[in-house]
Ligand binder design. Structure first.
Ligand code: SF4
Length: 481
């Protein structure tokens, strides 16, 4: 459905469909218990001042707070964090940089209001449907907010994206899948998988979370992903009541797999960090883990229907170090978490304060792969409108080849970067390449658009080869003369 014909609905006004909710409530909700957590969430600067006055972890000086207020940084994204995470920020420079707002964020607000044109793929409010996987926006907050947040447009409500009604989504999935089965829909596969996103689904109550899980399982899905950074922000959330709800879900839907798409950005978020910022090692020289994170991971891993996958962007002054990334991949795998993706920082508004150039981030990631086991490795990709676009490699240029002349000479002199369409909604583009002349300053695929020689996104043979042929022809005809 084109964007301009989407159903108009004011954010937060979705229908409640109470009778259907009550039916679940009567049958199942009675078995689900809630815990009253005290995350001690500090939202915005005024609340932080109060927390400081109460003796909380000092992350900002008074001068910094005044500079933040003067810059209007809260208009972009208010600073928000749990007391737990601020306490960690005091011991870790990387965590501090991840969570601490800076006036410089306001220096350049260029970027996309709706990164990767997500609304184009939203057939009903709260749902993105691009692959055989659908994404649901289930809650408009996280217990802390990363300054580089790639969903900040949703958290702040700037693009009008709404949260998903599980009843509407379940109806959409069953209707879509019935049409695929009957042959009425042929351009998209059966929906097998859903990602609960937001915000962070783990800030929902157990009953709300169950509602989404149960509704999606009833709609016939095989895999449900939960995208969460709560293991870093507030690991105590993974408590007895949560696991009782998860086990109830598994009892009802034993064939449905749950994948926790966790988001650790730096090892300090899951290793034991002393007051002076150092790790503590056991007798075998292995770093000890944060006991709260360890317990949450162990309890999740103890369930055969659960997997844990980490994905995170590479962020300036947070994790832009191959040794940090290597340690992270090793230690996550030892904790039972698979290393799924490292991402390029998305082209959100204000991304220039956090993003490294694509080729710099690729190099850091490539170096981090050295000395890793095959089962510890990961991919580095851009989440573009065309799909997950992996950066496969960068070829150094050779200046003497500029003598070939024209675009070909420039490309070979400056070097090439090669992307691969690792995951794309279009079947015949799967695995195809994009080859572009290097741009050491590019922060996103848009920085390469006028340098692309071969473009696998274009599908048709003559189109994807078009630029390369135009580049080669003058050289070939010169050679033939
Ligand atoms: S956890 Fe994800 S959605 Fe939440 S603030 Fe961080 S990047 Fe944004």
């Amino acid at each position: 459905m084109p964007l301009d014909s989407q159903p108009v609905r004011i954010a937060g006004s979705r229908p409640k469909q109470k009778s259907r909710s009550r039916r679940h409530k009567d049958n199942l909700y009675g078995q689900i218990q809630e815990t009253k957590f005290n995350r001690y969430v500090l939202h915005d600067i005024a609340r932080y001042r109060q927390y400081l006055a109460e003796g909380g972890a000092s992350v900002y000086s008074e001068a910094e707070l005044k500079a933040l207020e003067a810059s209007g940084v809260s208009n972009r994204l208010p600073p928000r964090a749990t007391g737990y995470y601020l306490d960690l920020a005091k011991r870790s420079e990387a965590v501090n940089n991840l969570i601490k707002a800076r006036p410089e964020e306001m220096d350049d607000l260029s970027g996309e209001a709706d990164p990767s044109n997500q609304l184009k793929y939203s057939p009903i409010p709260g749902l993105l449907h691009k692959y055989e996987l659908v994404l649901l926006y289930v809650v408009r907050t996280c217990s802390s907010w990363c300054r580089y947040c790639y969903r900040s447009d949703f958290l702040t409500g700037k693009t009008g994206k709404d949260t998903a009604s599980i009843h509407e989504i379940a109806d959409y999935i069953t209707t879509h899948n019935a049409k695929v089965a009957s042959g009425e829909i042929t351009d998209k596969p059966r929906i097998r998988e859903a990602l609960l996103s937001g915000g962070d689904p783990m800030v929902l109550s157990n009953r709300n979370l169950f509602d989404y899980l149960h509704g999606l399982a009833e709609a016939g899905l095989d895999i449900i992903r939960i995208g969460t950074k709560e293991m870093a922000f507030y690991p105590e959330r993974f408590d007895d009541n949560f696991f009782a709800m998860l086990d109830l879900f598994h009892e009802l839907h034993p064939d449905v797999m749950i994948a926790f798409m966790v988001h650790f950005t730096h090892p300090d978020e899951f290793l034991h960090v002393e007051a002076d910022g150092r790790y503590v090692y056991n007798q075998h020289g292995r770093p000890k883990r944060n006991p709260l994170v360890q317990e949450a991971a162990s309890r999740l891993r103890a369930r055969s229907f659960v997997t844990l996958e980490n994905q995170t962007p590479i962020i300036d002054s947070v994790n832009d170090d191959p040794n940090v990334l290597r340690l992270m991949q090793r230690e996550l795998k030892r904790m039972g978490v698979n290393n799924h993706y490292f991402f390029q920082c998305r082209e959100i508004e204000g991304h220039k304060a956090f993003a490294l150039p694509v080729e710099t981030a690729w190099k850091i990631h490539a170096q981090s792969q050295h000395n890793l086991s095959g089962i510890e490795r990961s991919r580095f990709a851009l989440s573009t409108e065309a799909g997950k676009t992996e950066v496969v490699g960068v070829i150094e240029g050779r200046e003497e080849l500029r003598a070939l002349g024209g675009e070909l000479g420039d490309a070979l002199a400056e070097g090439l970067v090669i992307f691969r369409l690792h995951r794309t909604p279009v079947e015949n583009l799967q695995g195809d390449l994009i080859i572009a002349r290097r741009n050491k300053n590019a922060l996103w695929i848009t920085g390469y658009e006028d340098r692309i020689l071969y473009d696998g996104r274009k599908g048709a043979n003559e189109k994807k080869w078009g630029q390369l042929m135009a580049t080669l022809l003058p050289v070939l005809s010169q050679a033939a003369e």
